[in-house]
Design a protein. Sequence first.
Length: 182
Amino acid sequence: MADRDRLLELFKSRAVAFGDFTLASGKKSSYYINSKKVLFHGEAIALLGELLFESTKDLSFQAIGGLEIGAIPMATAAVLRFQQAGRTLEGFFVRKQAKGHGSQERIEGLVRRDDQVVIVDDVLTTGESVVQAIEAVQAIGGVVARIVCIVDRLQGARERLAGYDFRPLFTIRDLGIEPGGP
């Protein structure tokens, strides 16, 4: 079975729930994708690392990451896979709010001015979490080379990210769900 097909199977069996949910975007939904039920599974994270590698290996970039918490395991999987291929990358995550102590930075990890950066996120609805990560990276002088998410719910993220190289691994339709609910 191909890596993409197997990861999709794991998302379908482990991450999708039906009911009455309020999403991070504030929107109501009859389904929820809890990617953490997949992202902390050994086989799934190895598959995800491979798919992130395949979807970004054509780029010359220095760092990969995004908004906490979903981007943390994704960035870790990607930097490990790139290291296995002989290419060292930096992973990072963006805090929703800067810490009140220590360095008080929003970005944890090493991202420098002019670095080409790939932004990752698990599930996108409106794209607001990615916009927050983009703004934090750009605030320190980083350049967004590509945006990759695991699942695009097809509810406005692509439109919100117009002008960026946006590549979802899956859309909600791949999970057998039509946008807006079952």
